[in-house]
Design a protein around this ligand. Structure first.
Ligand code: MEV
Length: 454
C-alpha cells in the first residue's frame, strides 16, 4: 500500500485522519477515534486554530499553568506559562515567592530595535555605491510611505538604513540592514513587506536613475527578510539583596549565607566560562522564557535563535545571566534580547493567548519583555539554587511522580498512597512500580516496559 499521497491538503479533516489511520496505524479505528476527539467543542474556535497552519488534524495539548506572586517593578503579576516539563512552573513560582519577600524583581527595556536585510549583488565599485547611497536611501524611504503610514501614526516605522559591504568575504555582495520600530507588534509581516518593497525599489533605482552609467545598472537582489538577530531589542532583569537575606535558605542546607551566595555566583561564572555548561544554563532560562512566549502567542523559535546568537556575541557561547557578590550584596541579572508583541498575529487570534494578555493586565510589548525576562531570571535562579544545594532531581522527580503514576495506571487511592510514601523516598520509575506492585496493583497492560520513555 502506497504511503504517499498527492492532494492531502485538499482533503477534509476527517478524510485526512481516515487516510492516516488506514496507512499509518496498526489500530485504525482507535487511531481515528482518538484524533477525532482532540478537537475544541466550539467549532468556531476550532476553525480559528485550524487556520493557523495547513493540514491541521487535531489539537496537541500542553498544560497552561500559572506562576503567581511575581513582583516586578513594584507591580504583582500572575504569569501564564505553557510548558510540559515537570517542576518548571513550580520552580518559577517558588523563585517568585522567594524574591517577593526580598524586594521583588526589577526590569528595564534597553532598546526595541528590530532589524531586516536586503541582500544584493552590485558590480560597480564600492566608492560609487557609497556616493549614490544617499539618493538610493531617500528613494527607498519614499517608496514605502504607504506601508509605513499606520505604523508611523503609532510612533514606529523605519529608523535607519545602513549599507554594508561584504565584498571581502563574498564578491560583489552588499547588504541593506534596516532598523525598524514596530511598537507593540512583533512586526514580522510589516518588516518583511517593507523589505520586499525596498528590494523592488533598489532594482528600479539601478535600472532607471539618469545619473548612472550603463555599466552601473547591473544589480541582483538575492533575498529580503527580517533578521531574527535583534541585539538592540534588549531587556535587563535583575534581583538584589543583602547576602544575609539568604540566611534561612543557607541554614536549611547546612551552609552560611555567604557561602551559599558565593557558590551561586561561582555556578554562574562557570556558565560564563564553559559553553557546555552555558548551553544547559541558558536552556534553564529558556524553560521560563519559552513558556511565557508560547502562552502569549509569540514566536519562541525566533526568540530562542536570537538569544543563543546573543549569548555567543563575543565569539564564545556564554551564560546570558551574570551574578556578583560584593560589599555584602548579592546581585543577579539577565540581559536578553526579546522581540515580542502584544498586538496582531497570534496574540489577537489564539483564545488563550488573549487570556494570557488579560491575566497580565494587557501589557505593552515593553512591559511583556520585562515580565518575560523576569521569568527567565527566576527560572535560572531556581535551577542554580537547586543545583548548588539539593541537586535538581529531588524537586524534579517529585513533580515527575504524577507522570509516572499516570503512566502506570495507578488508581486514585494508590496514587495518594504513593505521593505520601515518596515524600521521604527517592523517586524512580522502578521504585514507583515496585511500590504499586507491593500494593498488589496490576499495572495497566498498555504500559511500555521501558522506563526511559517516561
Ligand atoms: C532543566 O530543564 C534545566 C536545568 O538543566 C537548567 C540548569 O542546569 O541550569 C536544570
Amino acid at each position: 500500500m502506497s504511503k504517499t499521497i498527492s492532494g492531502f491538503s485538499k482533503l477534509g479533516k476527517q478524510e485526512k485522519i481516515n487516510w492516516l489511520a488506514e496507512h499509518f496505524s496498526a489500530a485504525p479505528q482507535d487511531f481515528s477515534r482518538e484524533l477525532s476527539a482532540w478537537q475544541h467543542p466550539d467549532a468556531k474556535v476550532q476553525g480559528i486554530v485550524d487556520g493557523f497552519t495547513e493540514n491541521a488534524i487535531a489539537n496537541y495539548v500542553l498544560p497552561y499553568s500559572i506562576a503567581p506572586n511575581f513582583v516586578i517593578n513594584g507591580k504583582t503579576y500572575a504569569v501564564p506559562m505553557v510548558i510540559e516539563e515537570s517542576s518548571v512552573v513550580a520552580a518559577a513560582s517558588s523563585a517568585a515567592k522567594f524574591w517577593q519577600e526580598r524586594g521583588g524583581f526589577h526590569a528595564e527595556v534597553i532598546g526595541t530595535v528590530k532589524l531586516g536585510q536586503v541582500h544584493f549583488r552590485w558590480f560597480g565599485g564600492p566608492e560609487r555605491l557609497r556616493e549614490i547611497f544617499p539618493k538610493l536611501q531617500s528613494r527607498l524611504l519614499d517608496s514605502c510611505a504607504d506601508l509605513v503610514a499606520n505604523m508611523e501614526k503609532r510612533g514606529g516605522g523605519v529608523r535607519g538604513i545602513e549599507l554594508i559591504d561584504f565584498r571581502d568575504v563574498e564578491p560583489d555582495y552588499y547588504q541593506l540592514r534596516v532598523a525598524f520600530e514596530t511598537c507593540d507588534s512583533m512586526g514580522a509581516n510589516f518588516v518583511n513587506s517593507v523589505l520586499e518593497r525596498f528590494a523592488e525599489t533598489l532594482e528600479a533605482f539601478f535600472t532607471d536613475s539618469a545619473e548612472l552609467a550603463d555599466t552601473e545598472r547591473d544589480v541582483e537582489v538575492i533575498m529580503s527578510i527580517l533578521s531574527n538577530y535583534t541585539p538592540d531589542c534588549l531587556v535587563r532583569a535583575w534581583v538584589e539583596c543583602p547576602i544575609a537575606a539568604f540566611a534561612d535558605l543557607a541554614r536549611s542546607q547546612g551552609m552560611d549565607a555567604g557561602t551559599l551566595a558565593e557558590r551561586f555566583a561561582l555556578a554562574v561564572r562557570i556558565a560564563q566560562i564553559d559553553p557546555y555548561r552555558a548551553t544547559t544554563h541558558n536552556k534553564g532560562i529558556y524553560n521560563g522564557i519559552d513558556a511565557v512566549v508560547l502562552a502569549t502567542g509569540n514566536d519562541f523559535r525566533a526568540i530562542e535563535a536570537c538569544g543563543h546568537t546573543y549569548a555567543a556575541r563575543d565569539g564564545q557561547y556564554r551564560s546570558l545571566s551574570r551574578c556578583t557578590v560584593e560589599n555584602g550584596l548579592f546581585h543577579f541579572e539577565l540581559e536578553i534580547p526579546l522581540a515580542m508583541g502584544t498586538v496582531g498575529g497570534l496574540t489577537a487570534l489564539h483564545p488563550l493567548a488573549k487570556r494570557s494578555l488579560e491575566i497580565l493586565g494587557h501589557p505593552s510589548a515593553r512591559e511583556l519583555m520585562c515580565i518575560t525576562a523576569v521569568v527567565g531570571l527566576a527560572q535560572n535562579f531556581g535551577a542554580v539554587r537547586s543545583l548548588i544545594t539539593t541537586g535538581i532531581q529531588q524537586g524534579h522527580m517529585k513533580m515527575h511522580l504524577t507522570n509516572i503514576l499516570n503512566h502506570l495506571g495507578a488508581s486514585p487511592e494508590d496514587a495518594a498512597a504513593a505521593q505520601h510514601y515518596f515524600q521521604a523516598q527517592t523517586v524512580s520509575f522502578s521504585s514507583v512500580r515496585a511500590f504499586l506492585e507491593g500494593r498488589r496493583v496490576t499495572p495497566n497492560p498498555t504500559v511500555s516496559p521501558n522506563p526511559s520513555s517516561v
